[in-house]
Design a protein around this ligand. Structure first.
Ligand code: DP6
Length: 326
């Protein structure tokens, strides 16, 4: 029996991935840029075991079935074909963050699964190959393989081998903190995978994609020069562009709740008052408020005054890795 355990962090995109040019290979229509979220972690153990008649998958202590299990089995099949293995696996995956809190567990989940399964299968892959493989499970998982602030390049090869994420700065490069207003623990009505498939039904997707490389260049420059004001503008622009596409897809995807809107009214006003904070939103109602470490308490206080009860705080975090003691 060959066993390995890996951990990986969730991430928050500053420049969003939305829409694929190849849905099966998860090749994106635009490059994206994100920050790994320390503390929002998945720990996954994979054990290949010749005695197993089929893959056994446990997620947060419950046996996974249906589409969730099938997605993991498909990913294990990719690893098995690379390693020329036929043996089945036992997978135990646990999140350290509340599941269903609207925090993407597919990014940390498929990054941890990729690192654990390839190691248990005896494969020695480069960090780039690990990221490209994680991408096949969940696009955003490619960005959770390297550490800190990471950029997922679109790549140009039809196989997708050159579509992977790389670290552009280590976690300690900038003391950004994600103060997450958790507004709903309900399961998303339409998940990201289905949403990517709808992106091209919006008349605004082509314009969003056309502008993404310039926004990414501006975001990378703002990050590398630690220019919060330039960073805030481009991060909010990019998030709103993605939600404009979502809202104008057929069927439309409207993830915002009343409190989401209250926060996105408030945050730019707080910034105009001198508080360094900006917002971004993924495929759900939660608002990620990005600020600098010295202002976390003030952002949290103001969010609570708006009526936000649940808040998660995540500074930048490291790469996916094999863990030996856990
Ligand atoms: C809105 O990576 O979750 O969070 O590849 O189908 O698993 P799949 O989609 P996923 O999409 C992420 C969408 C997003 C934006 C982002 O993280 O870039």
């Amino acid at each position: 029996m060959q066993t390995a355990t890996a951990e990986a962090l969730s991430n928050i995109a500053f420049i969003k991935y939305w829409g694929n040019r190849d849905q099966a290979l998860r090749l994106p229509q635009n490059p994206s840029l994100s920050m790994n979220l320390a503390g929002l972690k998945t720990v996954t153990t994979v054990a290949f075991d010749a005695a197993l008649p089929h893959d056994l998958i446990s997620i947060n202590g419950s046996v996974a079935t249906g589409a969730a299990a099938a997605r993991v089995v498909r990913h294990l099949d990719l690893v098995r074909s690379m390693a020329r293995l036929t043996v089945r696996a036992r997978v135990d995956s646990r999140n350290t963050f509340p599941s269903g809190a609207g925090i993407a567990s597919s990014a940390s989940g498929f990054a941890a699964l990729t690192v654990a399964a390839t190691s248990a299968a005896g494969l020695e892959l480069s960090p780039e190959a690990l990221s490209a493989l994680a991408r096949r499970g969940s696009g955003s998982a490619s960005r959770s393989v390297p550490g800190g602030f990471t950029e997922w390049q679109m790549g140009g090869s039809p196989t997708g081998d050159d579509s992977f994420a790389v670290s552009i700065a280590p976690p300690e490069y900038w003391d950004l903190v994600d103060v997450i207003a958790v507004l709903s623990a309900a399961h998303k009505a339409t998940g990201s995978t289905e949403g990517h498939g709808l992106a091209d039904t919006s008349p605004f997707q082509a314009a969003r994609v056309a502008g993404a490389p310039a926004r990414l260049t501006a975001c990378r420059a703002a990050l590398l020069s630690r220019d919060f004001s330039a960073f805030a503008t481009v991060v909010e622009d990019d998030a709103v562009a993605m939600h404009a596409v979502m809202m104008t897809s057929r069927p439309p995807l409207l993830y915002w709740q009343p409190l989401t809107v209250a926060i996105i009214h408030a945050v730019p006003a707080w910034r105009a008052d001198g508080l360094p904070v900006c917002f971004t939103i993924d495929a759900g109602p939660n608002v990620h408020c990005l600020t600098l470490s010295t202002h976390v308490a003030e952002v949290e206080r103001r969010l609570r005054a708006l009526g936000v009860a649940d808040i998660l705080i995540a500074p930048p975090g490291g790469p996916a890795s094999i863990i030996r003691d856990f």
